[in-house]
Design a protein around this ligand. Sequence first.
Ligand SMILES: Nc1ncnc2c1ncn2[C@@H]1O[C@H](COP(=O)(O)OP(=O)(O)OP(=O)(O)O)[C@@H](O)[C@H]1O
Ligand SMILES: [Mg+2]
Length: 585
Amino acid sequence: MKNESVLIVYLKRKKGLLSASGLLSIASTLVQFIPYYCIYRIIELLMVNQYSAASLMQWSLLAIGSLIGGMVLLYVSSMCSHVAAFDILYEIRMDILAHLSKVPMGYFTEHASGQMIKTIDQAVEKMESFIAHQIPDIVSAVLFPVVYVVLMISIDWRLGLVSLIPLIIGLLLYAVLMGTTMKNNTVKQYHDALEDMNSNGVEYVRAMPAVKVFGLSVDNFKRFHESIENYRSLVVEWTKSFRTGYVLFTTLITSCVLVVMPFGAYLLSQDPQNKSLALTVMMFVILSSGTSAPFMKLMYAASTFSNVNEGVKRVDEMFAVTEVVEKDSGASFQDNGIQFDQVSFAYTPGVPVLQDVSFALKPNTMNALVGPSGGGKSTIAQLLLRFYDVGSGSIKIGQTDIREVSVDTLMKQVSFVFQDVTLFNDTLEENIRMGNTAATQAEIIAVAKQARCHDFIQQLPQGYETKIGEHGVYLSKGEAQRVSIARALLKNAPILVLDEATAYADSENEVFIQQAINELVSGKTVLIIAHRLWTIQHVDQILVCNQGRIEQSGTHDELLATSELYARLWHINSETKDWGVNANA
Ligand SMILES: Nc1ncnc2c1ncn2[C@@H]1O[C@H](COP(=O)(O)OP(=O)(O)OP(=O)(O)O)[C@@H](O)[C@H]1O
Ligand SMILES: [Mg+2]
């Protein structure tokens, strides 16, 4: 997108349609003057008493015809601009989404989703109204005054100049008004406040369960409350600051006739016998009553322009976020071993989350990552998937740095089950199929059985066709997790990462899922992140992660003997396990 604003880039792509719309709008503006001329001729005919029914009819028909013609031209012009606008909207949105899929995941944690939705939705929508309505409007609104002034002055320069006085004062006033708003940064403040309110609103809705449980109200949700208040006062202030100026502006541009009439009467009183002067005055009275609409359009165009500008800036900012560098050097992975080499990483600069993490997972082995909460386990998994790039050090799969291959290649190598499962608003079958779009239904059912979700899926009235989420059913966390395990199994990649994948499963299902995983993982490198240590005690290697470091590694028995932390965790674990078993007994 270089330095050019998105809007300009996309407008250029639709040059043809937009120019057609502009030209048609010009034609329609010019045609708008014909009825005035017809009325003028009719009055003239009447005044000189030389009219015939036919000549009157002729002028009337021309007036009506040109009115209709003007409307048709305007209609076609706005069709052109609308088609261009909706095309541009579609392209911008698709491009933003494509772009967002390539920016580092960190962008999404730093930017509230409410804010992004507002940009993609409303800021882009405003461009629609700008392109579809304002571009033709601006063309005609700029042209109209020019033609108007030339016409007025050429008909009678004295009356012409006088009739322009209120318009000029009105426009100057408007310019001053807009200037003050711009200088005070009000438009930016307005958008900031709106964005703030949006993202706090989303957060509030998300936190609704907690809000209810603790009996809180909107008032308690201080940030949301404040952002609404702030928005309200800003809008009220803004509106108030416009009040006087706006009233004066509207009054002035609609009052040309009030200046033209007395001045015309004065001119006529100087030369009462001058019929053509009387006709001219009449013409001015008629014409000056129709000036306000185009000037109002000009004003609306100017105000939406500043609105759109702010939205465009935000879209530009989104496009400006650098994408993850894909260096695809054509390298491939020699095997499915994983190596972390002195990896350090921080989400926020200055707050290191991982420090000097080094470990190796041999190809086709089962490995576990354990340790206290917040130690950095999920972070290690996310770095392996290149959700973020390492601060320093390197991550290699099969001797190849993961930054040397395309994200696509990396994703083919690794399948994963996240700690926070995301299911899409689609059928269960499609949710599983995401692991491998070419899978047959039989394959899907097979993995569903292995992941222990076949039974509950079958019990749903629509089985695998059941839709998830909005307007569909909701699954329990354990069920959702099992669906996502099925998805990962179906993907059948050489590396499998499971982050607390069975944390919500009940003991019975957990055992079965573990068994299924054990059977399926021959020929895969597996990394299991787990809190319940008994589920991983037989793996080939256990890494103990604590406070951003790998403290120790080894087998279960080795660690019990050498790692104080592991022994302690194991001890606590067995106690809770026994407690659980006893409680069940
Ligand atoms: N997106 C993020 N932005 C900033 N800090 C983060 C982010 N995600 C995690 N952290 C911080 O990084 C540290 C490690 O988090 P991580 O999720 O890797 O821990 P974990 O070992 O997986 O914990 P748990 O066992 O509870 O899942 C924590 O201190 C956490 O606050
Ligand atoms: Mg975690």
